[in-house]
Design a protein around this ligand. Structure first.
Ligand code: FAD
Ligand code: SF4
Length: 536
């Protein structure tokens, strides 16, 4: 029996596992773990793929054209390409029903962050106020994780929101549009800061600008959305590979964990997984169990285990996610100009807007449009198709999207529960979420402010194209069993150990007591490394 059994291989799980392996522990990792396909033609740029692949349509749009987004005003701006299908593949067994929430799950080797956009921002002391530790306690782990994953950033105006830590590489070269927007910010800095409390700088990204550990610096191939062929853009399966180099590490994919069992002493005794290949359950005895299946899947395993033993249908409250608003814009200085496909594709610029409370700072990421598929944007232009096509061809290089993120609090009505069959595999996960009172008004105020900021940067927001993403879409789930200084049921210690089961830990977003506006994955990884260091 291993010293520690971990469920999941996502960003949280792999950084926990690597940290305890480095300390000499024996670790078993149980995971569904759908694998990716090999990268095709790794030396080709995006345009090279279009020329050299035997069937580029199949690669870019899918056998059934599944990555096309058909006309539907409520839909997202881009679909996931076929090469990322494995990230969102789900075992057919699981059932889920949601109200006010559109959850996304991953059962991939590496989890959801196999398809992420690499935004990696440390929480500051104000944002950590509800956590039982501050930035000084977390900083060594931010620095350690930054050194592992390879991250870049610059010392600029955003440092007032995103604390500086070690192991940041210099930024990439700006694409032409991002450079133009940043130059405008530098010219208008004083006015933007004074009038709009707006500060801008380089996105902090989990991307290499220098070679590291056998991975290559970004060569601007333009393939980010389809999967980086040179491992310059970090994904958790790279850390899983590092774990596999330890002789005391056992990785068992194909295992869908349904529940754990425990005795009268409230200690976890075994974990049960459904072997997806053999179609039967398998029990694994455990010494210490670490759930890192992503906040929602961890909640399912926890609740199903209690329901199976006690017959009690419990629920966890306090589910959080970041509301995101997408604000497309046009930079008229680039109208009619050609766009360059050989650039880094995701956001390179970030924006922070101060509010009255530093915990409620608003976080924006600005993506300029390069090779992203244009049709969802064309479809939402409020003109006829011919005019929209003409405009889109001529405005391609001028288009961009500001992705504005808002903080979230734990509120009792936002719940995750298990219902239905007592068989843990057949029970239904039920999610209920309602936004905070007054959200609409708060969003409207900030959207107007962002539009005014973009105008100062030389970019206009066309009418009718703004998209308030449904809750769940940001995939920043947290808060169901929060860290708590006192010993209280359905909470955890400062080191993410369950107050209900002595040898049970949660190292994903489950234990976050507050969700700042900024993307959480870097903090998930740093916190997982902190728990490994402080508790094991
Ligand atoms: C398109 C996209 C862009 C994103 N961009 C960013 C970004 O720029 N910055 C950022 O910070 N975050 C971003 N995110 C969010 C980020 O991906 C998640 O925060 C992160 O992946 C969560 O990691 P996790 O390890 O906690 O859980 P997950 O990634 O959900 O991993 C869960 C793991 O558990 C396994 N698992 C689940 N249930 C079971 C079970 N019952 N039995 C066995 N194994 C199980 C799965 O196989 C998987 O390995 C993005 C997400 C998406 C989808
Ligand atoms: S990060 Fe993107 S642009 Fe850079 S090498 Fe990878 S796929 Fe190419």
């Amino acid at each position: 029996m291993s010293d520690i059994t971990v469920v999941g291989s996502g960003a949280s799980a792999v950084h926990f596992a690597l940290s305890v392996l480095e300390k000499g522990y024996a670790v078993t990792m149980l995971d569904v773990g759908y694998p990716p396909e090999e990268a095709v033609n790794p030396r080709d740029t995006l345009n090279g793929l279009k020329e050299n692949l035997v069937d580029p349509v199949d690669y870019f749009l899918g056998k059934k054209f599944e990555s096309l987004i058909l006309p539907d005003a409520g839909k997202e701006y881009y679909g996931f390409p076929p090469s990322k299908n494995y990230v969102f593949r789900a075992p057919g067994l699981l059932r889920e029903r949601s109200e006010g929430f559109a959850p996304l799950f991953s059962f991939a080797r590496g989890g959801l962050a196999e398809a992420w956009t690499g935004g990696a921002y440390a929480y500051n002391d104000a944002e950590l106020a509800d956590f039982p530790f501050g930035y000084d306690d977390l900083e060594p782990f931010y620095s350690r994780v930054a050194g592992r994953i390879g991250m870049l950033g610059a010392r600029d105006d955003l440092e007032r929101f995103h604390p500086w830590h070690a192991n940041l590489q210099p930024p990439l070269e700006f694409d032409e549009h991002s450079a133009l927007l940043y130059a405008a910010y530098e010219r208008k800095r004083e006015r933007l800061q004074k009038k709009h409390s707006c500060f801008m700088g380089r996105s902090r990204l989990a991307v290499l600008s220098r070679d590291m550990d056998g991975r290559q610096a970004c060569d601007y191939s333009g393939r980010c959305l389809w999967g980086c062929p040179s491992d310059s853009l970090y994904v958790p399966s790279l850390t899983l590979k590092a774990c596999l180099g330890f002789p005391r590490f056992t990785y068992i994919p194909g295992m869908l964990v349904s529940h754990f069992t425990y005795g009268a002493d409230d200690r976890v005794a075994t974990v049960t997984a459904w072997d997806l290949e053999k179609g039967r359950p398998q029990d694994f005895p455990v010494k210490k169990l670490v759930l890192a299946a992503g906040t929602l899947c961890t909640a399912r395993i926890f609740l199903a285990s209690i329901q199976r033993r006690t017959g009690q249908s419990m629920e966890l409250s306090g589910l959080m996610d970041n509301r995101q608003v997408l604000i497309p814009f046009i930079n008229l200085k680039l109208a009619g100009k050609p766009f360059k496909a050989e650039t880094y594709q995701y956001h390179q610029l970030a924006m922070g807007i101060e509010t009255d409370d530093p915990r409620h700072f608003v976080h924006g990421q600005i993506t300029t449009l390069k090779t992203g598929l244009l049709h969802p944007i064309i479809e939402s232009v409020p003109l006829d198709l011919k005019t929209s096509l003409f405009l889109s061809r001529n405005l391609h290089a001028a288009l961009g999207v500001a992705n504005i993120n808002f903080h979230d609090d734990r509120r009792p009505g936002n719940r995750v529960a298990i219902a239905g069959a007592p068989d843990p595999l057949r029970a239904e996960l039920r999610i209920r979420y309602a936004p905070p009172p007054g959200e609409k008004k708060r969003l409207q105020g900030l959207i107007s402010r962002v539009k005014a900021i973009l105008l100062q940067l030389g970019a206009a927001v066309p009418p009718g194209m703004l998209h308030v993403r449904p809750m769940g879409a940001s995939v920043h789930y947290a808060g169901t069993i929060p860290m708590n200084r006192g010993k209280k049921s359905l909470t955890a210690t400062a080191n993410c150990r369950s107050h209900d089961f002595d040898n049970l830990y949660f190292v994903d977003g489950t234990c976050f007591p507050f969700l700042p506006a900024k993307n959480l994955t870097f903090t998930l990884m740093a916190n997982a490394a902190r728990v490994a260091e402080r508790e094991f």
